[in-house]
Design a protein around this ligand. Structure first.
Ligand code: SF4
Length: 253
């Protein structure tokens, strides 16, 4: 069983392919909580839940009522027929939660194979903590991986959020990958550079994109100027979070 939280056709709002028309599939569940990000959401049972900006796709206990349980690959593929897509293949972004929770799921694998056969560029937005068996499932070599490895501002323990062997495996096996970090202005003066290096050392030649942290437009804008200066000083790529800047906290656009 796997869970689909939402899907939408929009533009990619962040990372290397910012601006590309993309169909997003947001899968439910995550192996981390990232309560340090401090975003709050009210669950269907009226409980206020603390977590990241997609806590509604992370916390199964309180939000799964709103998730769709998928039992056939056709249920995922039919999503593509619901949008007025151009004739050429668009990007498909698999996000969450943590989409690689489904790494060995038969329906998920069938879905990936079909997308690849249809010529879509498939990107994973992953926290890079779940191992992929590239030999058993070589289809994963065909995809793009945005490695959103969590920093200490996530509130997660380092052993849980940084898996050097997984980072190395993905970056050496996948067709394309890049690091993507969410950064707040405050963290920049607190040894952030050392922290980023301790992660990127597992794949030193992989490009780094830094995005302003925040679940709403105000926070993203607040964190942007200092982050741009940080990127200029360190030679990292700045990535906007276009979807939040344009649509603020609205989901599914
Ligand atoms: S890893 Fe990503 S989706 Fe999971 S809790 Fe952290 S920020 Fe949210």
């Amino acid at each position: 069983m796997l869970y689909l939280v939402e899907h939408f056709y929009s533009i990619q709002g962040e990372g290397r392919y910012i601006g590309s028309p993309s169909v997003f599939f947001r899968f439910g569940g995550c192996n981390l909580k990232c309560e340090g990000f401090g975003c709050k959401e009210i669950a269907p049972d009226k409980t206020t839940i603390l977590g990241c900006d997609t806590v509604y796709a992370v916390n199964k206990e309180h939000f799964s009522k709103n998730w769709v349980a998928i039992s056939r690959v056709e249920e995922l593929l039919s999503v593509l027929t619901q949008y007025d897509l151009p004739s050429k293949p668009v990007d498909i972004v698999l996000t969450g939660g943590e989409p690689l929770l489904n790494v060995n799921n038969k329906i998920f694998l069938e879905f990936l194979k079909t997308l690849h056969k249809k010529g879509h560029r498939v990107s994973f937005e992953t926290n890079a903590t779940i191992n992929i068996d590239f030999e058993k499932y070589p289809i994963y070599k065909e995809f793009v991986f945005a490695l959103s490895v969590k920093l200490c501002n996530s509130g997660e323990e380092i052993q849980k959020r940084v898996k050097g062997d997984v980072i190395y495996s993905i970056t050496t096996n996948a067709k394309e990958s890049f690091f993507k970090f969410s950064i707040d202005a405050e963290s920049i003066n607190l040894g952030l550079e050392d922290e980023i290096q301790s992660i990127t050392m597992h794949s030193a030649s992989t490009q780094v994109y830094c995005m302003p942290l925040g679940g709403n437009k105000e926070d993203v804008e607040l964190n942007t100027p200092a982050l741009i200066e940080f990127c200029k000083a360190k030679g990292y790529n700045f990535s906007d979070r276009l979807h939040i800047r344009i649509w603020d906290i609205n989901k599914g656009v």
